[in-house]
Ligand binder design. Structure first.
Ligand code: ZN
Length: 289
């Protein structure tokens, strides 16, 4: 007991922002205890025996942990990439971890998390007449959002990606993650990704290893590609001019996905780059080294 307490205490002292809880057979680590909009964090679970059942929840959503090949004194290592939705209100939320091990151990812990979602300035988006009509096409928007939502919910139990994502395109950031946007059609939304603006035809590359899970032409989202990076991490590329990949294709960092365009609901040529962790949209720029 004392040893466990001391190890946990030492852990906190050494790592500062980390939270660690100890028992003889389970240790958990949370990479951040305070998150702001678009920031993701990890929950790591170290165990002496395999997890046979887990219930992990945070800010009204359930998450799962994936086993990694990493081994240590605890033998088994699991990880979950997590985040708070951009519509979550600022406040304190518990991260509840409940795991049941094959050796019969039940482990339960609640970590106090702080969500700080600052109010973002409202940006106005001027759309041309035809794009304005498109922004009111809620039927297409709903249909496309449902297909895209399924893509974001991909939970592949292996990780293809390596630490440090690359930028998928050259250009300037024209709209940051989380920004409130009011269209002249009256529709408003909180930006679900990062916009990189440049000329039509600018190459768009895979920012990391992954597998193409969607390559389609949409009315509102434009020509779109989605890439599964594994462990619940998925990226999306919208408003492309051309697509060079097909569903199922395995990509390596730097592979050409397509070219930047003005397809779908846009006011100018740009790439909308989005990312999600277990279906929670996060800022991909925070994953770029
Ligand atoms: Zn965008």
């Amino acid at each position: 007991m004392l040893r466990g307490f001391l190890t946990g205490f030492l852990f906190l002292c050494l790592t500062g922002t980390f939270y660690a809880a100890d028992t003889e057979s389970v240790r958990i680590r949370v990479s951040k205890k305070s998150v702001s909009m678009g920031t993701s964090f990890t929950l790591e679970v170290y165990t002496v025996s395999p997890i046979i059942e887990s219930k992990i929840s945070f800010s009204g959503k359930e998450f799962i942990v994936f086993q990694t090949p990493k081994k240590g004194q605890f033998r088994y290592h699991y990880i979950a990439y997590m985040g708070a939705s951009r519509y979550t209100k600022s406040g304190k939320y518990p991260l509840k971890v409940d795991v049941h091990l094959a050796d019969g151990t039940w482990f339960r812990e609640s970590v106090k998390m702080t969500v700080r979602h600052p109010k973002k300035k409202v940006g106005k988006v001027r759309l041309s007449q035809d794009k304005k009509a498109l922004s009111k096409d809620t039927k297409s928007l709903q249909k496309e959002s449902s297909v895209i939502g399924k893509g974001f919910n991909t939970l592949t139990p292996v990780s293809y990606f390596k630490q440090g994502f690359k930028l998928p395109a050259k250009g300037r950031v024209s709209s940051k993650f989380g920004k409130m946007r009011l269209y002249n059609s009256g529709v408003s939304s909180r930006h679900a990704g990062t916009d990189i603006a440049n000329k039509v035809g600018t190459p768009v590359w895979a920012p990391n290893h992954g597998r193409v899970i969607l390559s389609e032409s949409f009315k509102v989202h434009g020509q779109t590609v989605m890439v599964d990076h594994g462990f619940g991490v998925v990226t999306i590329y919208n408003h492309l001019n051309e697509r060079f990949v097909r569903e199922g294709q395995v990509l390596a960092t730097g592979d050409l996905i397509g070219r930047m365009g003005v397809t779908g609901l846009v006011s100018g040529p740009h790439l909308h780059w989005g990312m999600s962790v277990q279906n929670v949209r996060v800022d991909p720029m925070k994953w770029v080294k």
